[in-house]
Design a protein around this ligand. Structure first.
Ligand SMILES: NC(=O)c1ccc[n+]([C@@H]2O[C@H](COP(=O)([O-])OP(=O)(O)OC[C@H]3O[C@@H](n4cnc5c(N)ncnc54)[C@H](OP(=O)(O)O)[C@@H]3O)[C@@H](O)[C@H]2O)c1
Length: 432
């Protein structure tokens, strides 16, 4: 039996939003955590850029250093907690830590999605652990659910709202009629969006997260660049109003599906039926729907960001990593990826779509456009013609399931028709 009360020493890389969230939980709940983890935690070193900065955490000033390498090479440190972000120097620091047999806990989704497989390979080789619960959906314990609770399950589908910033913006646009720019500005003022919102609004952040989830769920290593990505910049208030009229909400969805070893993986704004559980997820909240062969549907909902929720995920990883240290069982849960995936090319993916266009308001126009769809085997589920404004009529089409390639071919032909004035980018429709 291992020693019941050990001390596990932590070195932090970064003490910002997430670092402070985690450190505060460790300090405040120290006695309870010691009892549950059967070890005591001591933070022995913290690397930051500016040690003089005021931080909402009470740590002795002598713990701070500006040299992150002194953290990862400190022989006292058992677990390196990387909450600094970015690719470098974070990657090199974690490689250095792993090569010395230290356990690693990270919240860094970009690093995980782009170079996680290298870190996991080193950890496997060395016989140590990399934990990354906080890298996807902040406070939602989705990684441990997939790695542990669903370890024996065949997962067919993951559909998630995994970016709180875009969900906040889309919620404000649909609930309060704000423009994209107004909603983005407000999200920035409230701290839900970065000064440079590119990663969030253009869908990069969501691709990192779905890459991580799909890798665990399907056992495949997926390159972020292979993931189809559309952000929400093109969504305007009229898209939201028409979707609403048709009974749909617009959400930025991250989707991964597996069928017969072929993966569909994509991130894009999507019309979600209002009866779908994801349609009700509003503001900055995240939610992930998992469909498994035996378990059926599971829905995980909660805060996808913020110091305390994300800090909780970091602390749960620290406790798991510490248990492995205390009980001599490191590398118990290693990388489970097996093969390279066959990713279905976007043109071959079948989905329903919503299309909007302005056309000249005269008899026969609808029939001409419908015949283009027909000649490309695009089947129309419904069509609405809005009351004309002057010479212009506005038409909204909902298709049945159709390959993306057939849809694009139809749209290219429709744009050439002399009666068609403009065509909005097509929107994907998720079936319930
Ligand atoms: N914020 C969230 O809600 C959230 C949620 C999930 C995941 N994450 C991920 O968690 C990680 C950290 O995010 P955060 O929001 O906590 O970031 P943050 O508030 O900007 O904190 C970053 C910390 O790292 C330090 N740092 C950065 N570069 C450094 C360097 N080269 N050397 C030494 N220290 C350095 C900073 O020092 P100074 O304080 O001195 O500047 C700061 O303490 C990121 O990977 C992020 O994607 C964040």
């Amino acid at each position: 039996m291992p020693e019941d009360k050990s001390v596990v020493r932590l070195g932090f890389l970064g003490m910002g939003v997430v670092g402070c969230g985690a450190a505060n939980i460790l300090l405040k709940n120290a006695a309870m955590i010691e009892h549950r983890a059967r070890c005591r935690f001591e933070i022995v070193k913290v690397a930051v850029r500016n040690p003089k900065k005021q931080r909402p955490v009470k740590l002795p000033p002598e713990l701070y250093t500006t040299d992150p390498y002194s953290v990862v090479t400190d022989p006292r440190v058992d677990i390196v907690v990387e909450v600094m972000g970015g690719l470098e120097p974070a990657f090199d620091l974690l490689v250095t830590a792993l090569k010395q047999g230290k356990s690693v806990v990270t919240a860094n989704k970009e690093l995980l999605a782009k170079r996680g497989s290298e870190l996991l390979d080193i950890a496997k080789e060395v016989g140590t652990d990399v934990y990354f619960e906080a890298s996807v959906a902040g406070g939602i314990p989705i990684i441990s659910a997939l790695k542990q609770s669903l370890a024996g399950e065949t997962i067919h589908r993951i559909v998630g709202i995994v970016n709180g910033t875009t969900n906040y913006i889309l919620t404000r646009m649909s609930r309060d009629g704000m423009s994209f720019e107004q909603a983005l500005r407000e999200a920035q003022e409230k701290g839900f969006a970065e000064a440079d919102p590119t990663d969030d609004v253009d869908g990069h952040d969501a691709t990192y997260k779905i890459a991580i989830l799909a890798a665990i769920a399907f056992g495949f290593r997926i390159k972020v660049d292979a993931i189809y990505r559309e952000g929400i910049r093109n969504i305007d208030i009229s898209d939201i109003r028409y979707a609403d009229e048709l009974g749909y909400a617009i959400k930025l969805l991250a989707i991964a599906k597996q069928e017969d070893g072929v993966i569909e993986i994509r991130v894009h704004p999507t019309l979600v039926p209002k009866t779908h559980p994801l349609a009700a997820v509003s503001d900055q909240f995240n939610a992930i729907l998992i469909e498994g062969e035996n378990v059926g549907r599971l829905m995980f909902y909660g805060q996808g960001a913020g110091g305390p929720p994300t800090g909780n995920s970091v602390v749960s990883d620290i406790i798991d990593a510490a248990r492995n240290i205390v009980f001599g069982s490191k590398a118990r849960i290693v990388c489970t990826c097996r093969v390279n995936p066959k990713i279905k090319p976007i043109p071959e993916i079948e989905s329903r779509f919503c299309l909007r266009m302005d056309v000249v308001d005269k008899p026969g126009v609808l029939a001409r456009i419908a015949s283009v769809f027909g000649s490309n085997q695009v089947s129309i589920a419904s069509v609405i013609q809005k009351e004309s404004q002057g010479e212009t009529a506005h038409i909204v089409w909902l298709t049945h399931k159709t390959p993306y390639a057939a849809l694009q071919k139809s749209l290219n032909e429709i744009k050439q028709l002399d009666v068609v004035l403009s065509v909005r980018p097509p929107l994907w429709v998720e079936s319930d």
